[in-house]
Write a new protein. Structure first.
Length: 417
């Protein structure tokens, strides 16, 4: 998932299977750490809040990258960028690089230069390490940097298009910037034409101040050891769905279907199995209980015994935005936000058609206040209740006792160890 410079130097590739490089642990001191997505998200939020001090507008591009608009900012921007970088390093302990350019593509290229100049001495001038401001350089100096950059490193040029450009004789970022834009539009796409114009200094891609909501939300994990029975799969899939549902509600969306998959490890010499299924919902929902119920229904339909499963996952698909009730005709103002959906005859039991908006808000609020997992679906973790009110959580290897509270709704089966 992520590698340090030292790991890269040892030849560790992105997504390298651990069993193939485990020998480096003893021979070269390679250290492997488990992913901690909650920590990564928290550190990302902190970094973005500090980076926002660079300019008045911000577009969060990914978990570790953002664009900052500098229109109207006075003073020396390079000095300002160094100050922001030092603050991120001192307050969070995160090293970062900053690139400044007249367009988003040039800023992305400047960031690549700042990073490469620090990590790979000699690839670019050393004075451009950490912070690279292309706006302060002369045209000849900028062209020299573009000429030293492979066309595949340009933002928006993927491996396939990069290979096509090289076959056409376009090998560097400077070659792409000098290419006729009409030829780019006809031979490739309008997107590549915009990239070339951005390299020329003409802004064609605006900052996205309100990022579009995700079209799919997934939560997948590989198991620490092979899973051969249904009970731990139910526990895992319930937990995955619950986490995805939290993100679904965070962007105020509802899911129209749930995809579930399981598979064995392709690296183990054992019978192989891989199946997935999409479970459509009667109507879009953001109710954790309903989503987990659909996911478990799909899991049971694809599960087969006799296989050592290595990975499972859940994906919420067919997402749509939710609107407040007061935006719907004939509904009271100020009600809980809910999805606008097609009317239908409801033949389900009355008890299962409740509006869970208030419940889900309380559910998320409690977990936000007291920590994730304080409240959870009963099937998300097999527990053995004790007389002293402390639950014993079974991890498969050891027993640990922690205070735990579990929600249990009638729609969900209770799985016990």
């Amino acid at each position: 998932m992520a590698r340090s410079n030292e790991a890269r130097a040892l030849g560790v590739r992105m997504g390298h299977p651990w069993f193939q490089i485990r020998h480096l642990e003893a021979s070269d001191g390679l250290v492997a750490l488990s992913a901690n997505f909650a920590l990564y998200g928290d550190m990302s939020d902190r970094m973005m809040s500090l980076a926002a001090g660079l300019g008045p507008t911000q577009e969060v591009y990914s978990i570790d990258e953002c664009f900052i608009g500098l229109d109207g900012v006075r003073g020396d921007l390079t000095v300002r960028a160094h100050a922001v970088r030092s603050r991120v390093l001192n307050w969070l302990g995160l090293p970062c690089c900053i690139g400044l350019g007249a367009t988003k593509t040039l800023a992305k290229l400047a960031n690549h230069i700042a990073k490469s100049a620090e990590r790979k001495p000699g690839s670019y001038p050393a004075e451009l390490a950490q912070v690279c401001d292309l706006t302060r350089l002369s045209e000849d100096a900028r062209d020299a940097l573009l000429a030293a950059t492979d066309v595949g490193e340009v933002w928006g040029v993927g491996p396939r298009i990069g290979a096509q450009l090289r076959e056409a004789g376009v090998r560097t970022a400077l070659d792409l910037a000098h290419l006729d834009t009409a030829a780019l539009r006809g031979g490739w796409s309008v997107t590549l034409e915009r990239t070339a114009r951005e390299l020329q200094g003409l802004s064609c891609i605006d900052l996205d101040h309100a990022p579009q909501p995700r079209q799919q939300i997934a939560c997948t994990r590989s198991f620490g050891q092979p899973v051969t029975t249904l009970a731990p799969l139910i526990e895992a899939v319930s937990e995955f769905t619950s986490r995805a549902a939290v993100r679904l509600r965070a962007q105020d969306s509802a899911a129209g279907a749930v995809l579930v998959f399981v598979r064995t490890s392709p690296f183990r010499k054992s019978p192989q199995y891989s199946r997935s299924v999409v479970v459509p919902l009667a109507h879009p929902t953001q109710d954790t209980a309903r989503l987990v119920g659909a996911a478990l229904h799909g899991l049971r339909s694809i599960y087969q015994s006799g296989y050592a499963l290595a990975k499972a996952g859940v994906m919420l698909v067919q997402l749509q935005a939710c609107l407040p009730r007061d935006a719907q005709a004939g509904t009271p103002a100020g009600s809980v936000a809910t999805s606008v959906r097609q009317g239908e005859f409801d033949f389900e039991a009355l008890g299962s058609t409740r509006d869970a908006g208030h419940l889900m808000k309380a559910f998320d609020a409690v977990n936000a206040r007291w920590g994730r997992g304080t409240l959870k679906i009963a099937s998300a973790q097999a527990q053995m209740p004790r007389h002293d009110g402390v639950a014993t959580q079974w991890t498969g290897k050891q027993e640990r006792r922690t205070p735990a509270y579990t929600t249990c709704w009638s729609e969900m089966p209770v799985v016990r160890a």
